[in-house]
Design a protein around this ligand. Structure first.
Ligand code: PEP
Length: 257
């Protein structure tokens, strides 16, 4: 999209142990030329248990790759067994954290209010949220997908200030396209990403909305990324399955401008 730096983020989900993580990051970093990493911002989002290894590798080899986590607690610290705080992630050098992924909304019943609380916790730790929204197939079939997604967006941004929102990343991920091989058409992705930007303008003003990156996610691969990324309101991709294969992920990065 216009004037915004393309972002390609690889969501590994619950895949790869720390040794496999090191091998994949090394391959990605070896394949991408410094100039490619300047035009496109490349981020990997491993499981929590891989983050320390990724940090050591990125710091030690001064890799121009960012990384982040797939979730965080809405709480700052304390008696929350099994949870991971924003400050723990910040200490591990995470620049980003995914909030509101459809798999967490489904598996852990996360609602918009909780997603907003998690986004706030991310900002409190100095980490940028990648906030996911997207409709299930039935809602698209009913034709109410735009109002549904914009409702999710507004609810998940509750209490997020304009100053915070200026740096947020939104990922539009239609649930029917995640892990299914059924990518949204470039035009459908564009239409929703434009609607998301319109809502951001309503909430935070035109200037803020023009600077916020809106990604598409859902079965992005090297073969379809180019068409998606040339759409004016699509500023990159959140990539699941294809981010686990270095050649595919690098191919997606190369589909940027
Ligand atoms: C995701 O889970 O964020 C995603 C987009 O997955 P996939 O690319 O596998 O559809």
């Amino acid at each position: 999209g216009t004037g915004r730096r393309t972002l390609v983020a690889g969501n590994w989900k619950m895949n790869l142990n720390h040794l496999e993580a090191i091998a994949l990051v090394q391959k990605i970093a070896f394949d991408l030329k410094p100039a490619e990493l300047e035009t496109v911002e490349v981020v990997v989002i491993p499981p929590f248990t891989d983050l320390r290894s990724v940090q050591t590798l990125v710091d030690g080899d001064k890799l121009a790759l960012g990384y982040g986590a797939q979730d965080l607690s809405q709480h700052g610290s304390g008696a929350h067994t099994g949870d991971i705080s924003g400050s723990m992630l910040a200490k591990l050098g995470c620049s980003y954290v995914v909030v509101g992924h459809s798999e967490r909304r489904a598996d852990h019943h996360e609602d918009d209010a909780l997603v907003a609380a998690k986004a706030k916790a991310a900002y409190a730790a100095g980490i940028t949220p990648i906030l996911c929204v997207g409709e299930v197939e039935e809602i698209r079939a009913a034709g109410t997908h735009v109002e549904h997604v914009l409702g999710q967006l507004a609810g998940s941004l509750a209490g997020i200030t304009a100053e915070q929102a200026a740096t947020i990343v939104i990922a539009y991920e239609p649930v029917w396209a995640i892990g299914t091989g059924r990518t949204a058409s470039a035009q459908d992705a564009q239409d929703m990403c434009a609607a998301v930007r319109g809502k951001l303008a309503e909430l935070y003003g035109d200037a803020a909305a023009a600077g916020i990156r809106v990604l598409y996610g859902g079965s992005v691969k090297a073969a379809n990324a180019g068409e998606l990324f040339t759409m004016p309101d699509v500023d990159g991709g959140l990539v699941g399955g294809a981010s686990l294969v270095a050649e595919e992920f690098v191919g997606i990065v190369r589909s940027g401008p």
